[in-house]
Design a binder for this molecule. Structure first.
Ligand SMILES: Cc1cc2nc3c(=O)[nH]c(=O)nc-3n(C[C@H](O)[C@H](O)[C@H](O)COP(=O)(O)OP(=O)(O)OC[C@H]3O[C@@H](n4cnc5c(N)ncnc54)[C@H](O)[C@@H]3O)c2cc1C
Length: 421
């Protein structure tokens, strides 16, 4: 019997607990969260903000899940320190807990630009937790105008949510277009048009330099000098992995906690998974934090199994996103805006039909793609990227109207692992 401690009650932590419990019915498993909520699907909180999903539909695992699986759940308690030499963790309230095997699955927190003046005002938010969404919603009745800083996935989700709540909205983006980590300029243009048609003003190549107000947010000042009145500002400038608790330990850390192929950190009885872990990227072939829900689930599962002594390798993670706004769906994966001129791009773009298909190839191997409007069969392309398949035989058909899905499927080795999208 072992004493497993998992810090994090979300995708990675729960997936690890389930994997351990499937094979080990007896050992003690403790799951800890600093939040005071049972597990929920973080990806859905913007739909809760929009009023499209009620709070009870956000639930990831039902409340009785912990009891049924004999999991000891500690909520509303923050871990501030890991002490690997003593095999204990310390909480903010000065109590501590021992472990035999530890999983750090603390995820990430909203990133706020450190040099942005006036950040500490009521009305300035990140969008990471249910609490964030609820606090934003509390302000909505007394606010008519909101701003979003940043043009990434979470920013647009927040914008969509606030738009649905009747806010007049402006999005301020430093780059030339939104979703620049996910799409290219043309593809992103289709989404910008949709938001603009819905009445959102998108200010590109702009930044906020100061947040104005006396305690409460009143306005933001842009780098152009322009002042925009608003009482809600959502900052969507990416995330920082929650690694504070391992400061002053010998755990190897870069942006996230560095793990090996078995999700093990540099200390043998400590594993890390999810948004806090830095793993091998299958396409870019380097070590990165790919902060995505499916990656966290898979990494959690592998960590859990390896913590009970299995020897499972994690293949690696991949950038991969799916979105849908105003009935326009999109999926992107791998490299979408290649900087290396040796990579080949095959593009089909039909602005009238809101269709975009783009494939990025490295010596006839698929390394990335974008699909907007028609996202069918993307699961097959995901497998082709992961399997590193030579796609010479179908290359010329990829962006043609007579494209044959069956021929593509023929090239996939593990057909049982194709997601149907
Ligand atoms: C609005 C929004 C939309 C998103 N949309 C998508 C999407 O469409 N697709 C996608 O793939 N991904 C999406 N994501 C990202 C996805 O939610 C994350 O990749 C995923 O939640 C990571 O899971 P995790 O278990 O690693 O960490 P988290 O979900 O961040 O959970 C971390 C856990 O650790 C706990 N914790 C943290 N620090 C401490 C501490 N010091 N002490 C105790 N407990 C602690 C937290 O309370 C929490 O329980 C979205 C995220 C947001 C915020």
């Amino acid at each position: 019997m072992k004493n497993f401690v998992i810090i994090g009650n979300s995708a990675a932590g729960i997936s690890a607990a389930e994997a351990i419990r499937q094979k080990d019915k007896k050992s003690k498993i403790t799951i800890i969260s600093e939040e005071d909520y049972h597990s929920y699907c973080r990806c859905l909180i913007s739909y809760f903000l929009a009023g499209e999903i009620p709070e009870e539909k956000l639930v990831f695992r039902p409340e009785d899940f912990y009891k049924e699986n004999n999991l000891n759940l500690i909520l509303n308690k923050k871990v501030v320190k890991v002490e690997p030499k003593k095999n204990i963790i310390k909480f903010e309230d000065k109590t501590s807990l021992g472990y035999d095997m530890l999983l750090i699955a603390t995820g990430a927190s909203s990133k706020f630009p450190p040099d942005l003046k006036g950040l500490k005002k009521k009305g300035v938010f990140g969008l990471r937790t249910i609490r964030d969404a609820k606090e934003i919603l509390n302000l909505v009745p007394s606010s008519s105008s909101s701003c979003i800083l940043g043009g990434g996935l979470v920013s647009l989700k927040a914008a969509y949510g606030l738009l649905k709540r009747g806010q007049e909205l402006k999005i301020i983006v430093k780059s030339k277009f939104v979703l620049s980590q996910m799409l290219d300029e043309k593809g992103a243009g289709l989404f910008m048009k949709k938001f603009q048609e819905a009445g959102v003003e998108i200010m590109t190549a702009r930044d906020i330099v100061e947040i104005l107000g006396n305690g409460d947010l009143k306005a933001v000042r842009l780098d152009s000098g322009k002042v925009i009145a608003c009482s809600i500002l959502v900052v969507g400038k990416g995330v920082n992995p929650n690694t504070d608790l391992i400061k002053d330990t010998q755990l190897n850390l870069d942006k996230g906690i560095l793990v090996d192929q078995y999700m093990k950190s540099s200390i043998p009885n400590i594993f890390a998974a999810g948004d806090v872990a830095q793993t091998f990227d299958l396409v870019y072939k380097n070590s990165v934090v790919n902060a995505l829900w499916p990656n966290a689930i898979e990494q959690g599962r592998i960590s859990g199994l390896n913590m009970i002594g299995e020897n499972l390798k994690y293949d690696g993670s991949m950038t991969m996103n799916s979105i849908g706004f105003f009935d326009l769906p999109a999926i992107s994966m791998g490299i979408t805006r290649p900087k290396n001129p040796e990579l080949e791009e095959l593009v089909l773009f039909d602005e009238k039909r809101n269709i975009c298909k783009k494939f990025v190839l490295d010596k006839n191997h698929l390394v990335g793609m974008i699909a907007i409007g028609d996202i069918s069969n993307c699961g097959v392309f995901l497998r082709l990227i992961k399997e590193g398949t030579d796609i010479t035989s179908i290359k010329n058909e990829l962006v043609s109207e007579t494209f044959s899905y069956a021929k593509v499927l023929d090239l996939v080795k593990h057909k049982d692992e194709v997601f149907i999208l």
